[in-house]
Design a protein around this ligand. Structure first.
Ligand SMILES: [Zn+2]
Length: 371
């Protein structure tokens, strides 16, 4: 296995473990309540882990940038906290991490809300070594529409949103269209002169979640020279799981929405312990209710297969969404699951070259385009 680990290092394009760091959890030690920690990153052969500073849509305007900045601080402190880790910024840094055996931490921001409608703040994120920005999250922001945001924003991107995409191209921040409405996806793709990615999404044809990508979107990502990072959330991988989640858990999700609104109105800071406890409670109730539905590990490979067939083997990567999802397929565990995925792909006849592209090379190519 050691030989394989050397050859098949992983770049995981999305995790939400910054929330763990902000809770004071030391991810250099095993963290059984989450998916990502240093021992499991090592065991899984992870060479680069993208840490996203996720900014919830409920954060009030005027607080979003500082909210993201605090998470970025926590990520960079973590990246400098152990000789096995290194903060990576460029494709060269990533290559160096991959060859030195260190684990590179690459910074992303999830939700363009973070820039507070300011291109100066976007540039400030780049100065803080952010290389990926997910344009939007679960609700529309002022300039980009979300796939789960409901009516409105039919144009997808406002005129300012188009300026943001152009500025991201110029600054070297990868345009990430996971969570984007289809209208936003096409508008951003048209405007971007550089390849675009969907860092953590799956194939809609296999699981009809609004967060997943339709065939024409997958194909367009491939045509742009970009990629999709396949997400490991059971609700995006498995159609039966998604259906049960949406139909049988309406009471729990409704309660979650109501509770979230109460917290927001009470202006309790989103990373306060009360918020985190509330979110964890909702998530564990959902996971428990859905636990009878079996989601096999092989589904991750099914989505990879599907995306390879539609978008091409140069347009697929991995975006686990670890520590941001309440359920993953059987035997996934956490960041130590990649050797199992490798085995699954090998059993389907995937060549060394193809696995290496999906596990790391495709993303490095995109990152280099933004240098
Ligand atoms: Zn996300």
């Amino acid at each position: 296995m050691s030989d394989l680990q050397k050859n098949y290092q992983v770049i995981d394009l999305h995790c939400d473990s910054a929330d763990m760091l902000r809770s004071g959890i030391d991810l250099r030690r095993p963290n059984p309540q989450g998916h990502v920690d240093l021992p499991r990153l090592k065991k899984g052969g992870v060479g680069i882990q993208v840490f996203a500073a996720y900014v919830p849509a409920v954060i009030p305007q005027g607080e979003a940038f500082s909210f993201a900045a605090k998470k970025l601080d926590a990520i960079s402190v973590f990246a400098r906290s152990d000789p096995a880790l290194v903060l990576a910024e460029s494709a060269g840094d990533c290559e160096a991490a991959l060859t030195s055996g260190k684990i590179g931490i690459l910074q992303a921001v999830e939700n363009g809300l973070a820039i507070e409608n300011s291109l100066d703040k976007l540039a400030e994120l780049r100065r803080r070594k952010v290389r990926i920005l997910t344009l939007v999250h679960s609700a529309h922001n002022a300039w980009a529409a979300s796939c789960t945001g409901g009516e409105g924003m039919e144009n997808g991107l406002s005129a300012f949103g188009e300026e943001v995409v152009v500025a991201m191209n110029d600054l070297g921040i990868i345009v990430d269209l996971s969570h984007s409405a289809e209208s936003t996806f096409w508008a951003a793709l048209k405007k971007s002169k550089k390849p675009v990615i969907a860092s953590h999404s799956c194939a809609y044809a296999l699981c009809a979640a609004p967060r997943n990508l339709k065939d024409d979107q997958l194909k367009a990502l491939g045509d742009s020279g970009g990629l999709v990072g396949v997400n490991f959330f059971s609700g995006f991988l498995s159609e039966p799981y998604r259906r049960a989640w949406e139909t049988d858990c309406a009471d729990i999700t409704g309660e979650g929405r109501q509770g979230a609104e109460q917290f927001r109105q009470a202006r309790i800071p989103y990373d306060a312990p009360e918020w985190r406890d509330f979110r964890d409670r909702i998530d564990s109730r959902l996971a428990e209710r859905l636990s009878p539905i079996t989601v096999p590990f092989s589904l991750i490979a099914d989505h990879i297969d599907y995306a390879v067939n539609i978008a091409g083997e140069d347009a697929v990567g991995l975006g686990s969404d670890f520590d941001g999802i309440f359920a993953a397929p059987q035997n996934t565990g956490g960041s130590d699951c990649y050797p199992l995925l490798q085995k699954e792909l090998e059993s389907r006849g995937y060549s060394h070259e193809r696995i290496e592209k999906i596990f790391s090379r495709n993303f490095l190519r995109v990152l280099r385009e933004y240098s």
